[in-house]
Design a protein. Structure first.
Length: 83
């Protein structure tokens, strides 16, 4: 199967453009950019947060019960077979 390359990825592999340095930013500019991005976030309401947390906890409890049940069943099966 042949691999196709398009765009700049082929140029990067050939080494073209490696001479150009990436611009680095200062920690202060990075912090300002992070704060600006966090202002764009739509934060969940208290009700949504409680609902999502409850759903996650119920899911974890159900999955733990399933794993516990399977573990117990396989343990009993192994002891029955190999005694």
């Amino acid at each position: 199967m042949a691999t196709q390359t398009r765009g700049q990825s082929a140029e990067r592999r050939s080494g073209a453009g490696r001479a150009a340095k990436r611009d680095r930013i200062t920690p202060a500019l990075f912090t300002r950019q992070v704060a600006a991005e966090l202002r764009k976030v739509i934060w969940p309401t208290r009700h949504e947060l409680i609902t999502y947390t409850a759903v996650a906890l119920v899911f974890v409890i159900i999955m733990s019960a399933i794993v516990l049940g399977l573990d117990t069943a396989f343990t009993k099966l192994i002891f029955a077979v190999f005694g």
